[in-house]
Ligand binder design. Structure first.
Ligand code: MRU
Length: 358
């Protein structure tokens, strides 16, 4: 299965070469495939803020390269480069608040800096760390895909209808995806009859990105309005909702793209299983529950305008872009460390004690 999955890795969003970070601009997909280049920490932070790059793991990976770019400039400028680099850490940390992978990656880079010995090549060490973060995310995707497929197969070995939300694929990660990685692997295993992709208002990650990724690989996909999800659960015989996560707290609560919570409520009502797929870098054991997760609020123009043209009445728009699904609505959290069924604080703590499987 691993070889078949690697062969399915066709799209990538992040490319590090020749000392420059290249990002596929997700604001203009699928109509335009434009790569943008970044050679500064501030530039990377701006790319994250504007969602040139998005998706929790991809944000973390980009931020790691951002620290490397910042260190390169600070070292070249001379003086107290470590103190100056703190400004870059701060700018990167302020780019988006909800996905903990960003802060996890910054912490990994900070720890690598702390371990430097006299005479070490600082930039070589930071580059190896950033590439390591990138590569391990790709590996985690592969492990989660296999675990997720085993879980689907455990309940039903026939081809099934799956529903997903937002974009959790190659565009959102260092590999071929979290939830979408499971869906890709399920397709390889013959377990997918059709994928229903929520369009994911207002940024349209589902319509623009997920539909594009799946159609590009010949996986049967139907796009639906977010508001159609409950109706589709009732009428289409959907067996699983499979989504990613931006932050999972110590009790198993899950922050993910706005609309995930109502999917989980609807899934519970209709007896549809609910799977969350996320690498352990998305788990924040410092927060005891989802109530403590900072929820990003974006510009109301994302709702008031379509393609830069005003379509709504002249009113105030409220635009929280994530919500929190309580653990008791979740059937399983799939990570590269293993699967937690019916998550709670005890099971999450046991999971986080485990060493990586790969
Ligand atoms: O605002 P976005 O597009 O960065 O939000 C992305 C999501 O909510 C994804 O579901 C999540 O990051 C998991 S991506 C593997």
């Amino acid at each position: 299965m691993r070889e078949q999955l690697l062969a399915a890795e066709k799209v990538k969003a992040i490319d590090w070469h020749d000392g420059v970070l290249h990002l596929l601009d997700q604001r203009v997909l699928p109509l335009e495939e434009t790569w943008r280049s970044y050679d500064s920490a501030a530039g990377v932070a701006e790319a994250i803020r504007l969602m040139v790059v998005r998706g929790a793991p991809a944000i973390g990976i980009s931020a790691a390269y951002g620290v490397l770019l910042g260190a390169r400039a600070r070292l070249a400028a001379g003086g107290d480069w470590r103190a100056a680099l703190e400004e870059d850490f701060a700018v990167l940390a302020a780019s988006r608040p909800t996905a903990v992978n960003l802060f996890w990656a910054l912490e990994r880079m900070r720890e690598r800096l702390a371990r430097l010995q006299d005479g070490d090549d600082v930039l070589a060490a930071l580059e190896a760390e950033a590439i390591g973060i990138h590569d391990s995310d790709r590996e985690a995707n592969l492990t989660m895909a296999q675990l997720g497929v085993e879980l689907i197969r455990k309940h039903d070995r026939r081809a099934q209808k799956l529903l997903t939300h937002c974009n959790t694929g190659a565009l959102a990660t260092g590999g071929f995806g979290t939830a979408l990685g499971v869906i890709r692997a399920a397709h390889v295993a013959g377990l997918v009859e059709r994928v229903f992709a929520d369009e994911t208002r207002p940024w349209l990650q589902g319509a623009r990105l997920t539909a594009w990724e799946l159609a590009g690989e010949g996986i049967p996909v139907s796009l639906n309005a977010d508001a159609a999800a409950a109706h589709l659960m009732k009428t289409e015989g959907i067996s699983w909702v499979i989504v990613g996560a931006d932050r999972i707290t110590a009790n198993g609560d899950v922050a993910n793209k706005i609309g995930t919570y109502q999917l989980a409520v609807n899934a519970m009502h209709h007896g549809v299983r609910f799977m969350v797929v996320a690498p352990s870098s998305t788990i924040d054991m410092n927060l005891s529950s989802g109530d403590d997760i900072p929820i990003e609020e974006r510009d109301g123009r994302e709702l008031l305008e379509v393609g830069g043209h005003r379509v709504a009445a002249e009113v105030h728009a409220v635009n929280p872009v994530f919500d929190v699904t309580p653990a008791d609505l979740i059937d399983a959290i799939v990570t590269e460390k293993g699967v937690v069924e019916r998550p709670d604080a005890k099971k999450m703590a046991q999971l986080m004690c485990r060493k990586r499987l790969h």
